[in-house]
Design a protein around this ligand. Sequence first.
Ligand code: NAP
Length: 352
Amino acid sequence: MNEKIPAVVLGATGSVGQRFVQLLNEHPWFQVIALTGSQRSIGKPYRQVCHWTLAEPMPNWAGDMVVRPSTPAAASAPLAFSALPAAEALQIEPLFAKAGSAVCSNASAFRRQPDVPILLPEVNPRHAGLVAAQRKKRDWDGCIVTNPNCSSTGLTVVLKALQDAFGVRQAVVVTLQALSGAGYPGVASMDIQDNILPWIEGEEDKVEWEPRKMLGEIQGDKINLAELTLSAHTNRVPVSDGHTACLSVALNQPAQLTQVEQVLRNYQAPEISRNLPSAPQPVIHFDPRPDRPQPRLDRMCGRGMTTVVGRLRQDPLLSLKMVVLSHNTIRGAAGGAIYNAELLYQQGMIKR
Ligand code: NAP
C-alpha cells in the first residue's frame, strides 16, 4: 500500500481506546491522525489525560497529540474506530457515518439494529454485506459495523466451529470476566479484591443474543438468527485481562471427543479473512493440558487474537463441556475492530 488510510480513534483515552493506540502503532494499512475524548480531555495532550495502563510504552506520536472533540468537523477521516460508551456512541457514530467514515465500533449502541452487522471476520465476513442496505436506508456514504460484546467473542468462534461440523442446539455459559472489561477506573478495588461479583449490567442478554445474530444466515438485507438457545451467567473476577468462559453445549449429532478436538484445531477463517494483518494465527488454539487455559498464561496466544480452548470433556446433561479464553481488550475489543476494518478495506468498503 502506497499511502496508509487515515483513521481517528473516538474515546481514545479509555481502556479500549488506548489498546487501539497501541495496536495501531505501525499498522501496515492504517494511520492514526486524531484522538478524541470527552470535555475532561479536549484540548490537552493525550500524554497528560490518558491514564496509560498497558505494559507497552505509549507511542510518542500519540502522547504528543492534542485530544479533540468527537465531531467530524474536528476529527474527520475515512476510518473511525469507536471506543465510546454506548450512550455517546448512539449520538456520535451516525455523525461520522454521515460524514463518510467507516465506523468500526466496540459499543453496543447499534448491535441490535437489523442493518448493522456484528462482525467476527473468522466467523461471518459475509454479514458485511448488510452495509449496502444500511447505506441506502440511512442515506449515508459511510457505515457502522460493530464487534460483539467481549464475552461473546471467543464463545462465538467456538460455537461456529461446532455449528459447521455438528450443529449446535443449546449452550450454557458461565463467564469469569476480567477487570479491564469494565473500562477505567472500572470496578472499585474494595468491591473486587478477594471477591467475585455475580452481576454485570446488561451482559447476560448480550451473551444470549449476539452469538445468534453472528451465527445466523444473511439473506438479502437481513440476518435470520441462528436457532440456538443460550443461557448465560456473567461474573466479574479479579483478573486484569482475559475473559474465561465455562461452556456446555448440546450438539445436533453425536460426536467423539477426538473428533471435536480435531474440528477445533482445524477451524479456519473463511478465505477472505484468513490472511488479513490482524487475523488470528491460529484461529483456535487447543490446549490438552488439564489445567489450561488460564488468563495470565494464555491470553496473549496469537498476539491476543487467538481463542484458546481446553478442558474438553463429555457433559452429563448436554453433549460437551470445555473452557474458552479470549483476550477482552484485544480480540474482544480494539484488535477485533481493527480486524473488521481490514475486512472492510479488503472488500472495498472504506471510501478514501
Ligand atoms: P472507558 O475506559 O470508560 O473509556 C471511555 C472513553 O470514552 C474515554 O476515552 C472517554 O474520554 C470517552 N468519552 C466518554 N464520554 C464521552 C463523550 N461525551 N464524548 C467523547 N468521548 C467520551 O471504557 P472502555 O472500557 O474503553 O469501553 C469503551 C467502549 O467499548 C464501551 O462502549 C464498552 O462497552 C465497549 N467495550 C469494551 C470492552 C472492554 O474489554 N473494555 C470490550 C468490548 C467492548 P475521557 O477519558 O476524555 O472522559
